[in-house]
Ligand binder design. Sequence first.
Ligand SMILES: C=CCCn1cc(-c2nc(Nc3ccc(C4CCNCC4)cc3)nc3[nH]ccc23)cn1
Length: 289
Amino acid sequence: VAQSPVWRALCPDQGEQTLFEERHLRYISLLGKGNFGSVELCRYDPLGDNTGEMVAVKKLQPNKQSTLEDFKKEVKTLSVLDYEYIVKYKGVCYSTGRLSMSLVMEYLPNGSLINYLDSNRLHVNTWRLLLFASQICKGMEHLQSLRYVHRDLAARNILVASESLVKIADFGLTKVVPFDKEYYRVSQPGDSPIFCFGVVLHELFSYCDINSNPKRLCMREIGNNVQSQSITIYLANILKNNWRMPAPPNCPAKVYSLMRQCWAYDFEERPCPLPAIRWPAKRFYAAPL
Ligand SMILES: C=CCCn1cc(-c2nc(Nc3ccc(C4CCNCC4)cc3)nc3[nH]ccc23)cn1
């Protein structure tokens, strides 16, 4: 009944299946791994005849960085973000005894932007890169309209649904800006810096080339022998001295100009699609690359 159109009309928030039974999730392959846990390709096959749908299942591996509570926040966040440029939430799967849970999402067959651009570089022209950039921007605008800050926007967290559609994924670091605040405030030292759209634009127009990835370009400027705990300080200094990543090869001047606007040291000079949330004062905000 829960799948019938009538049910969905009467209970729209039920929509698609939201509770997946662990015994029907058949593991197929590993899609991605991070400090959060892992994402697996599974077939949800309640009939047991291999006709079930393919889904991406994010399994939590609780560690010092991520807890079950963090994971529940991520599930809640994704479950309310129903938007064409954000990976679709399908539901959750509880392990036996509800000791752990997994997040079930739509499976996007082309993998991340890094995988895709690396293997399709010759078929992706400037027009398509701009299309992807506009979709990421709209996805971020939607997040901002709901007062969410993604905090880990990067090509590795953008998934390719088709040759003309990309979606933002991985909301493990996403935070909501409280209504009585205008800013997201970095809560503890070492909290990850807020990644900016300009860096993703640079990754896009570099075709995610490993030789011009942001980290490599910055370390080349800072010096590879710097102690890891001092990198943020060195990075802040070179940015304060107005160093920025160079334009990717063949990058249109207007696109590089937009990157540089996103990387303005003074946050009031940066482009902002919605007036809703202004970014924190400099002291809370590692200037972007
Ligand atoms: C967001 C980034 C961090 C966590 N993460 C999310 C996923 C993910 N992946 C996919 N599809 C997919 C992923 C990899 C490959 C590769 C390509 C190269 N050869 C091996 C296989 C192919 C398809 N769909 C998804 N839906 C929801 C999540 C999700 C993976 N990692």
